[in-house]
Design a protein. Sequence first.
Length: 63
Amino acid sequence: MSKALTARTREIVTQRADRGGWPVCERCGTHRGANLHHRRPRQMGGSTDPATNTASNLLLLCG
């Protein structure tokens, strides 16, 4: 089972997407509201993978 998403992991992903003090969408670069998404979806078997909620499997996307 994967570990829960931690505040520290969320902070790492947000800092990675930071551009001039504002997080941006890691796909299109806009400053619109960014939300955390999994690169490998949880419902596609990712929920049993220990790497599901690691920073390398997460990204900030708009919308």
